[in-house]
Design a protein around this ligand. Structure first.
Ligand code: IMP
Length: 191
């Protein structure tokens, strides 16, 4: 495109969190976690596919620089139904590859919206006898504040609108954008 943006980025109406803000906040969160976990032998980061991949990759590297050694695990879970009231019931599509008993676990989340997925996941990880389970989320929406889900480390509280980029998708697209933004209304329903 003439203005140097790709067709993909030109679908964005406005940027909410810039690439630089993400970088700075990620380093800041890593420092907080490193300070709180200075006595831990290692930290097991658990990322939820697919949205958390970008943040997981950057956060793990930031934490590895300033904190204890990190190990990475991924889980995949199905969403809890479409357009119906959320039951909070989640199906595991990909489970942890190892035992987490006695481990210091930090769930790495891209965004906490209703908080239902996270709430279920925390119970699940606790049932697998982790020594400690905390959460770091880059983004949090206001609805998340209504449910009792403890997110110890939060990057940014954002308005309740649909966002894409930095792992977050609309119809599986825009995950690769290096920033978080809102789509132009014309993009919806384009199919
Ligand atoms: P929750 O269970 O409602 O907190 O949301 C779980 C998942 O929904 C998140 O991990 C995201 O993958 C997805 N999600 C929530 N809000 C957005 C958004 O604004 N854009 C893209 N995905 C979202």
């Amino acid at each position: 495109m003439a203005d140097g943006t790709t067709w993909h980025a030109s679908d964005i109406d406005h940027v909410i969190i810039s690439e630089e803000q993400i970088r700075e906040k990620t380093a800041e969160l890593a420092k907080q976690v490193a300070a709180d976990y200075s006595d831990a032998e290692s930290i097991l980061l658990v990322g939820v596919l697919k949205g958390a991949v970008m943040f997981m990759a950057d956060f793990a590297r930031a934490l590895g620089r300033v904190g204890p050694p990190v190990e990475l695990e991924f889980m995949a879970v199905s969403s809890y139904g479409q357009g119906t009231t959320s039951s909070g019931v989640v199906r595991i599509l990909k489970d942890l590859d190892r035992d987490i008993a006695g481990r210091h676990v930090i769930v790495v989340e891209d965004i906490v919206d209703s908080g239902l997925t996270l709430s279920w996941l925390l119970k699940y990880l606790q049932s697998r006898s982790a020594a400690q389970v905390d959460v770091v989320a880059l983004l949090r929406k206001p609805d998340a504040l209504r449910v009792n889900v403890p997110v110890r480390y939060v990057g940014y509280d954002i308005p309740s609108e649909f966002v894409v980029g930095y792992g977050l998708d609309y119809a599986e697209r825009y995950r690769d954008l290096p920033f978080v933004g809102v789509l132009k209304p014309s993009v919806y329903g384009r199919g």
